[in-house]
Ligand binder design. Sequence first.
Ligand code: COA
Length: 161
Amino acid sequence: MNVIYPGSFDPVTYGHIDIIDRCAKQFDRVIVSVLNNTAKNYMFTIEERMDLLKKVLDKYENVEVDSFNGLLVDYANKKNCPLIVRGLRAVSDFEYEMQMAHVNKKLQENIETIYLVSREKFSYLSSSIVKEVAMYGGDISCFVPKEVEKALIEKINGGEK
Ligand code: COA
């Protein structure tokens, strides 16, 4: 059985990697799908977000990194994979996740969304928080792998290494 793990991943953090790692152990294939939403202001381009994911997920043979735009249900159809996984970090995630799951099911009846509860140590983590800490020069090594840390610092320094 295959599963799609969709998100913005701007950038990927240890919280996302934990969900992917656990899925890779339970499913035949995990499709990590990066949303390319032109209306959203990302720090990293779609290519950069995918490239970072590919680097940090290199060791997983059953994990694929892909991108999509438009509706998630259309993408899931195209991939022939009606199962979506999302992480739940806190109760505050629940309302938004419920709304998305209901909308997706309304749009396409055979879509199923399953949830993995984030590990406690990652329950406070978000890409924005990591970017904010990095912007103020804080240590982000416990939040993201070194490839992501390097890319973030370069981005903040305007491309200078
Ligand atoms: N660990 C750490 N952080 C996590 C996390 C985890 N397990 N799970 C989520 N997050 C964080 C992300 O880093 C992100 O942080 P940020 O807001 O600071 O950038 C935040 O939670 C939101 O996560 P993300 O999973 O990227 O959600 P999203 O809202 O950007 O995208 C999609 C969710 C892609 C599934 C959804 O927007 C979508 O399906 N879009 C396609 C259009 C569509 O079909 N719409 C109809 C359905 S409603």
